[in-house]
Ligand binder design. Sequence first.
Ligand SMILES: [Zn+2]
Length: 211
Amino acid sequence: MASTPPSDPSPGTWGACQFCGVAVPPGSPTCPICGAANPVPAAALPSASRRVRRRIRLTGAFRTIIVVTVVVGLAYALISAVIAGPPVVADPLTTAASYTIGPGNFTVIAGNITGGDYVVGNWSSVNPPGMDIGVAVYNQSQYLWFSAGTGSPGVQWNNTPAASGRIVFSAAYTDLYYFVITNVLPPSAHINVTVYVTTTYESNVGDDGFA
Ligand SMILES: [Zn+2]
């Protein structure tokens, strides 16, 4: 003699709130979300007024739209952040420009370098082509000496004047550094030189041996 299994609670006993449309547990006199009275039992839904059924359908669809919109918005934000990568901050030592420099004069590209980071670049005299250009890198105190014209301050890095070449400067310590580009002709030469210079600040990622 098989015993009859206890019957499952009828799924039809859950109802719907006629104001906000959420499912209301069986026997609950009010909506647990908005508190509206007289939830419509599921069994009575087909016979509920057209206005109530329409409201329940619309609020359900509205919630679905909100959820889909939020999910799509978050996915978009995440994907665009991944594609764009970390924000790129313009550095004053990342440059590409032409400078016209009078004989015996110079121009300066300056910026902070964190110890262990470096600046790479190159220069070429473009007008007249082939004119020698001096490139020197000073730290802050050396640059003060240099710009005051008082004695020989020493340099962090320099080249033998040449028409073109590479700049490779690694900062041993954090400071404000000055890249001085000089037309090495004597003032009596009366020849301006246009030089094209590029510099790129490179972070030495992963090297924490300097500070
Ligand atoms: Zn409700």
